[in-house]
Design a protein around this ligand. Structure first.
Ligand code: KIV
Length: 305
C-alpha cells in the first residue's frame, strides 16, 4: 500500500497491529459487506474491516453461515474494497474463508485464500479452528497471505458445538483453547478472534500470546474488539445477545423513514416541485418570446452511493 498520497494516514498493516498490541493500544474491527458500509466504517476510523461470513445471516437471511460460498465472499469483499478505496485507504481488509473452502486440504485452502486476495482485494484471510488447522495456516502464510485465526464459538461448527453456545467454560476446554491459541500463533497467525468465551480465559490467552486477540463476547481484556455492523447499528431489533451493545437504533430509524416516505407518497406530497425535472420543449403554455425561454437545468441527477 505504498500508493497513498503524501499526508494520507498510514495504512494499517499486520505489523502495525502487532505493534499496537505491544504498545497496549487497542484496535477496532467491524464487519462490512458492501461499498456503502465500507466507506462509512472507514470514515469512522476503524483499523480493521472484516468481510465476515456472518453475511450469510445478516445479508442473505440464512440461519447459519454454512451456505455461504467462496464466490459470495469474493463478491462482497470486492464491493467492500471499492468502498474503502473511496476513503483514506487506512483500514486493513480481512475476509473470511467460508465453510468448505479450507477444511478439505491445504491445497484447496491456499487456492481459496488466493481468490479472496486476487479477486476480492483482501489483505488477509480469517479461518475458524484450532491446532488441527496448523498445516493449512502454514501453507496459506507461506503463499504470502496473512491469516487471522478464530477460536471459541466458531459458527461454521454450529452442529458440532450443538448450537451457538459460550465455549471454554470448564478447565479442560479452557486448557484446550489456550493450547489451540498457542498453536495458531506458532503456525503463523497474525491475530486471533476469541468469540464467546469467559472473560477470564480471554484475559489469560491475551496475556500469553504475542499476537493480538480480537474479542467478541470475550470480555474487556482482549487487545481489540470486533462487532457485526448490523448488530452495533441495531438494525435487527429482535437480535439481542448479551455480547452486543447497540450504538444506534437504525432498525427503528429505517422503519420511521420508510413509513414517512410511504405516507407522503399516499398523500401526494412526495415527489414535490423540488424533486421534479422539467423540459421546456414539453411546456404546455408557451412564453411570448423565445429569448425569454428559461434554460433547462442540467440533466445530471447526482452520482449514486
Ligand atoms: O463472520 C463474522 O462476522 C465473524 C465475526 C463475528 C468475528 O467471524
Amino acid at each position: 500500500m505504498s500508493s497513498h498520497a503524501p499526508g494520507a494516514p498510514k495504512h494499517i498493516s499486520i505489523h502495525e497491529l502487532r505493534r499496537m498490541k505491544q504498545a497496549g493500544e487497542r484496535f477496532v474491527t467491524v464487519t462490512a459487506y458492501d461499498a456503502t458500509a465500507a466507506r462509512l466504517v472507514a470514515a469512522a476510523g476503524v483499523e480493521v474491516v472484516l468481510v465476515g461470513d456472518s453475511l450469510g445471516m445478516v445479508v442473505q437471511g440464512h440461519d447459519s453461515t454454512l451456505p455461504v460460498t467462496l464466490d459470495h465472499m469474493a463478491y462482497h469483499c470486492a464491493a467492500v474494497k471499492r468502498g474503502l478505496a473511496r476513503g483514506d485507504g487506512r483500514a486493513h481488509l480481512v475476509c473470511d474463508l467460508p465453510f468448505g473452502s479450507y477444511q478439505a486440504s491445504p491445497d484447496e485452502a491456499v487456492k481459496a485464500a488466493v481468490r479472496l486476495v486476487a479477486e476480492g482485494g483482501a489483505e488477509s484471510v480469517k479461518l475458524e479452528g484450532g491446532a488441527e488447522f496448523g498445516e493449512v495456516i502454514r501453507r496459506i502464510v507461506r503463499a504470502g497471505i496473512p491469516v487471522m485465526g478464530h477460536l471459541g464459538l466458531t459458527p461454521q461448527s454450529v452442529h458440532a458445538m450443538g448450537g451457538y453456545l459460550v465455549q471454554g467454560k470448564d478447565a479442560d476446554r479452557a486448557q484446550k483453547l489456550l493450547r489451540d491459541a498457542r498453536a495458531l500463533e506458532a503456525a503463523g497467525c497474525y491475530a486471533v478472534v476469541l468469540e464467546c468465551i469467559p472473560a477470564e480465559l480471554a484475559r489469560l490467552v491475551t496475556a500469553q500470546l504475542g499476537i493480538p486477540t480480537v474479542g467478541i463476547g470475550a470480555g474487556p481484556h482482549c487487545d481489540a474488539q470486533v462487532l457485526v455492523l448490523n448488530d452495533l447499528l441495531g438494525l435487527d431489533e429482535a437480535f439481542t445477545p448479551r455480547f452486543v451493545k447497540r450504538f444506534a437504533e437504525l432498525g427503528q430509524a429505517v422503519r420511521g423513514a420508510v413509513s414517512a416516505y410511504a405516507a407522503e407518497v399516499r398523500a401526494g406530497t412526495f415527489p414535490a416541485e423540488d424533486h421534479s425535472f422539467h423540459s421546456s420543449a414539453l411546456r404546455l403554455v408557451a412564453l411570448a418570446t423565445a429569448d425569454q425561454e428559461p434554460k433547462d437545468p442540467p440533466d445530471a441527477v447526482g452520482a449514486p452511493v
